[in-house]
Design a protein around this ligand. Sequence first.
Ligand SMILES: NC(=O)c1ccc[n+]([C@@H]2O[C@H](COP(=O)([O-])OP(=O)(O)OC[C@H]3O[C@@H](n4cnc5c(N)ncnc54)[C@H](OP(=O)(O)O)[C@@H]3O)[C@@H](O)[C@H]2O)c1
Length: 367
Amino acid sequence: MTQPAHGTHTLETAMRRALDLAAQGPAHGPNPRVGCVLLTPDGRAVAEGYHRGAGTPHAEAAALDAARAAGVDPRGTTAVVTLEPCAHHGRTGPCADALIGAGVAAVHVSVPDPHPVATGGAARLRAAGIEVTVGTLAADGEELLRPWLHAVRTGRPWVTLKLATSLDGRVAAADGTSRWITGDAARAHAHTVRARVDAIAVGSGTVAADDPALTARTPEGALAGHQPLRVVLGTRPVPDGARLHGPGGPLLHLPTRDLDAALRELGEREVRHLLVEGGPTVATALLAADAVDELHAYVAPVLLGAGAGAVADLGVTTVGDAARFTTRSVTRLGDDVLLVARRRAPSAECPDRPATQPATQPAQEEI
Ligand SMILES: NC(=O)c1ccc[n+]([C@@H]2O[C@H](COP(=O)([O-])OP(=O)(O)OC[C@H]3O[C@@H](n4cnc5c(N)ncnc54)[C@H](OP(=O)(O)O)[C@@H]3O)[C@@H](O)[C@H]2O)c1
């Protein structure tokens, strides 16, 4: 990598700010979250911008607009951007061209753009004589874009599996009752996750048993601003009177048990992040297919002793074959605990598992 003119410290400080800006954009939607900071030749940040969602200006254009609005000529500035500027005409023009047209002197990028349509921005900038580096705070950039990068690279959404269980791993009591194993704080948290994802899926068994609405709600019970696509997996039809037909996101019934096909279909619909909320049959099938990228386990200090387990037979006969995840955070929610864990990187213990583990170490939350 060329040594940046501004020095590593200035560049990393600007990239950290660009990452914070990017995080202000919506976590859902087909587009990535991107932030951009413009630096003067002496390293002062003079303008910034971020992408506010599909159809709005990209981060680079927003930063250039902000500079001009503040009376700053962007010529000769350095653009610090979390994702490689795009090189294609979408709803907005190519960001690489906007930066070239504005006369920026250098562009520093955290993460290269893997999108087959948008990629090529760095090459275009270099061809125009602009200094480009890629990889500043790359692990942080990758982490911010984790579901989006996964979806663009694989053609399938990032799958988060939510399990709400008793301490003995059960999702329902012996009589089938399952509502409110976890408490208010855990349920409220689960709604904040729903409001961040593109789609929520359940199997037709959960529709039949629980008649869920699968909406994202505020703590006051109102519908959140963003409602994810509601997906039902399974051959049984969704009953006419189901709450899934009521207010909330669009309903998509995929009348299949072929989860690989279902995930590809969702990928084609630009679903980047899918939250699966059960039940045990679909959860087991996804885990058995090694299709779960992240687990959200809400565990209540409740013992049931009997009733359906969160996960059925995975074909594991010895502990060495267990489906292993790596803990990223543990959060106390009222009386309950949320454990977030990611699929494990390949290791001597489980050599066949694919590498989807981030380069950064997870931040542990205090409980
Ligand atoms: N505590 C919790 O977190 C939680 C969450 C959800 C559900 N639950 C509880 O779980 C129970 C329902 O369990 P469930 O296992 O029947 O629910 P489920 O997993 O939501 O639905 C099972 C159905 O999904 C369809 N399906 C889709 N893909 C499949 C695949 N690859 N393999 C097999 N079937 C597939 C099948 O329906 P078709 O026959 O239509 O093809 C199957 O009968 C209820 O008691 C509910 O309250 C608890």
